[in-house]
Design a binder for this molecule. Sequence first.
Ligand SMILES: NC(=O)c1ccc[n+]([C@@H]2O[C@H](COP(=O)([O-])OP(=O)(O)OC[C@H]3O[C@@H](n4cnc5c(N)ncnc54)[C@H](O)[C@@H]3O)[C@@H](O)[C@H]2O)c1
Length: 328
Amino acid sequence: MKLKNKTVLVTGGAGFIGSHLVDQLILEKPEKIIVVDNLFLGKDNNLLDAQSKFPDLKIIHEDVSNFEKMKTIFKNDNIDVVFNLAVIPLPASLEKPSWTFSHNNNMTVTMCELIRQDFFKTLIHFSSSEVYGTSISGPMDENHPLNGTTPYAASKAACDLLVLSYCRTFGIDASIIRPFNNYGPRQNEASYAGLIPITVQKIMENKPPMIFGDGKQTRDYLYVTDTAKAAIKIYENLKTRQKVLNIASGKEISIVYVVKKIAEYLDYDIEKILYDPDRPGDVRRHIANTYLAEDLLGFKPTVSFEDGLKKTVDWYKITLNNQRKMTK
Ligand SMILES: NC(=O)c1ccc[n+]([C@@H]2O[C@H](COP(=O)([O-])OP(=O)(O)OC[C@H]3O[C@@H](n4cnc5c(N)ncnc54)[C@H](O)[C@@H]3O)[C@@H](O)[C@H]2O)c1
């Protein structure tokens, strides 16, 4: 299964991972790329690079949970594959749990119904490692219990079950990618994993960066382009169908290491870092077992955490400086 000459639709394509996925899709030479994003958190600016390389990129501002509106979009184009990334992020689920839960489910069930009704052929659905909650013992494989702590995690787990139920009941052609913590340029500071953009911003404003809890919580960080490439490989490989695949580095990195490393790159005194109480729902240990992705896709991260973090910090430095110049 190659993407060459295919028509691809990306929900949430103006967001962080979605916009990087669009960049990677362009390299595969598809016939058409359509982004559907209502700009809840996404930005059209995230797609500027993509538009310069692929001028026919179609961006539609619409709510993915609206089945009738989606049906109209799908009727106009013969879509081969949907990468389903649109999401209401974790922080929203702490303020508006019921709305976040139902909205995330409505977006996914819309895609499930459209594929069931033959409006497109293949669904690559984005899950999240948040569904696992804190690791029970060491690296978490795809069979780790779903112990997510937040309504966001519950909504993501429910969406995964929904997609799998449509596979089993209606035979839809679908695979599920389960990324762990992504980082890189364009990450939205309003998302839960916004530690890197928030820390860079604070330091650049000469305010002390904040660590919640003791900072020994760990995350499994993967540079965003590695996730985007993996999503494409998952589409290409039929052995991934009806399966969930962890996509991560398989390495555990503490929050305190991340903040100190950013401070080092920005020449900031680490003694000034502040510590605040734990946040509700914060998971303690998070590390992936990626054997399935290695086995089925030959997946291996290509960007080391230190290199990726340096690129990310450099990108935020330029972006934040440009924003400052514009507001002066
Ligand atoms: N960022 C991470 O570290 C991470 C980790 C694991 C899984 N994921 C998953 O990857 C996917 C993308 O995450 P992200 O970090 O890029 O998030 P993001 O918030 O940057 O992107 C999500 C996009 O969905 C759009 N959106 C929200 N509601 C919509 C609606 N009703 N209709 C149309 N568009 C809508 C937003 O505007 C945004 O552009 C999500 O499914 C998320 O659960 C992300």
